[in-house]
Ligand binder design. Structure first.
Ligand SMILES: Cc1ncc(COP(=O)(O)O)c(C=O)c1O
Length: 473
């Protein structure tokens, strides 16, 4: 499956292009080339994203169709994009900042979606969701259609407080829950709250999207190391930082939990210094070998801000997330959000409230947990004949394959040519991470992303790439 231009975060890009490329200006072809290269390199155009047809992009930007078609052809030639008659033009994988080698002779294969972070949305529980949506709309009080509590609908906050307490061990009541448009939005709100108080500490490997979102708000980030016990939280003592963003239950991307001693140590740091911990519990429900590790927030609800979303459990496209915010922080967060619930529509909130309260959310998660567990086992088994390492717990929707040195780029290039969307590790590394932070080559395989029928072909295609890269044992 591929991501279309319209839902790959490309609306911003589209607007950016219009800013950069003014009709009638000179050198528009070079400007377009530069802007598209930057977008792929930075990840704003994710691997697998389909670009708009040259005719419509040309019309939108006030350029000739030839200019756009030539720019696409050039980028195909450079190895950033691929195209095929009838299938359009799409973004290939890149390993980070460097330009990919020239990618001639692209094979006409379908795209295999192994993109990190995505659930199998072909299993979205449409029937149950539609039933919840119908019930939510028919029983919604009239006042639900007016702008209401900035924290979100009380029905959803009640349902989330019950769910998060039961399933993730979070210590909360509905009063402390703030509904937001995903974890990314939560990070942005916190960025606004903490702006001007010094850089926010982040894991040396972590989601670049969050670093970029903070940078866009003029909030710098500073990396702390990551080792097999998770984030090296002792390093916080040497930094003048008001907060740290962590993935304690399941490190993103390497997949280990934050060691118990470090969980205690980071809470101790927060209490000693008046700092805060942002607990990104992005996939906490998906543990396959034992009970999930509970949220860090439970250790210290006064200094830990819990964040979660429906992006792994249901769909990233819902843009539905939540925070559990300490009392001492809630006004600042609501101010940062604009003082009203501007982001998540009330009917989606009421639908989700019904969906949780009826047990449909738990049921869906149980079903997907079994399915993902099987997929992960199949993938691990299939990889046993290859010279790759597998990092992390039996959990989540991704698997990190560590590769021999200097092979990531080649594997990504071959994967791109085979039509596989897969993420490289390099892009997850903080640009300021020092030489003492190990710098492994690797790829992040999103085994949850494809539909069931597409999973085996996608894994076969990946194994073929590893074979062709000389990594079979
Ligand atoms: C580490 C991490 N945090 C959070 C998220 C979810 O972000 P959002 O809720 O904004 O979709 C993801 C999804 O890819 C993730 O990988």
């Amino acid at each position: 499956m591929v991501t279309s231009w319209a839902n790959s975060g490309s609306r911003d890009l589209h607007l950016d292009l219009r800013e950069i490329i003014k009709p009638g200006a000179r050198g528009t072809r070079e400007l377009l080339l530069g802007a598209l290269r930057d977008a792929v390199r930075s990840g704003r155009l994710a691997p697998g994203s389909i670009l708009p047809p040259s005719r419509s992009l040309a019309a939108d930007l006030g350029l000739s169709r030839n200019t756009v078609a030539e720019a696409y052809a050039e980028l195909v030639n450079e190895g950033w994009l691929a195209s095929r008659q009838g299938a359009g033009t799409w973004v290939l994988n890149t390993g980070g900042a460097q330009a990919p080698p020239r990618g001639r002779g692209l094979r006409a294969t379908p795209v295999h979606n192994l993109m990190a972070g995505s659930p199998d949305v072909s299993e979205f529980p449409r029937t149950e969701w539609a039933a919840s949506a119908r019930r939510a709309l028919s029983t919604a009080p009239t006042e639900a259609l007016r702008m209401g509590d900035a924290r979100g609908r009380p029905e959803l906050r009640d349902a989330l407080a019950e769910y998060l307490t039961r399933a993730r061990g979070v210590r909360t009541s509905a009063e402390s829950v703030v509904v937001c448009a995903g974890v990314r939005h939560a990070v942005e709100l916190l960025g606004k709250v903490f702006r001007g108080r010094g850089p926010i500490a982040v894991e040396a490997y972590g989601l670049f999207i969050f670093r970029d979102a903070l940078a866009a708000l003029d909030v710098p980030t500073v990396p702390i190391g990551v080792d097999e016990r998770g984030a090296v939280v002792d390093e916080l003592d040497g930094l003048d930082t008001p907060a740290v963003l962590l993935t304690p239950a399941h490190h993103s991307p390497f997949g280990m939990p934050l060691h118990a001693e470090r969980r205690t140590a980071v809470v101790d740091w927060a209490q000693r210094t008046g700092g805060y911990v942002f607990d990104d519990d992005y996939d906490g429900e998906f543990r396959y070998d034992r009970q999930p590790i509970g949220a860090l927030q439970a250790l210290c609800p006064d200094r830990v801000i819990y964040m979660g979303s429906a992006s792994k459990s249901l769909s990233q496209a819902l843009r539905l997330g939540w925070m559990v915010v300490p009392d001492n922080m809630i006004d600042a967060v609501l101010d940062a959000a604009g003082g009203q619930q501007f982001y998540v529509d009330a009917l989606t909130q009421l639908t989700m409230a019904d969906f949780i309260a009826r047990g449909s959310y738990d049921k869906h998660i149980r079903r997907m947990r079994m399915r993902y567990r099987k997929r992960r086992d199949t993938l691990v088994e299939a990889l046993s004949g290859f010279d790759v390492g597998i990092s992390g717990l039996s959990a989540g929707v991704n698997l990190v394959l560590t590769l021999p040195d200097e092979t990531e780029h080649e594997v990504l290039r071959r994967a791109g040519q085979a039509g596989i969307t897969v993420q490289g590790l390099a892009i997850m590394r903080h640009p300021l991470a020092g030489p003492d932070v190990p710098n492994p080559d690797g790829i992040i395989v999103g085994f949850a992303a494809p539909a069931d029928h597409a999973f085996t072909p996608a894994v076969d295609a990946l194994l073929q790439v590893l074979r062709a890269s000389g990594l079979a044992r």
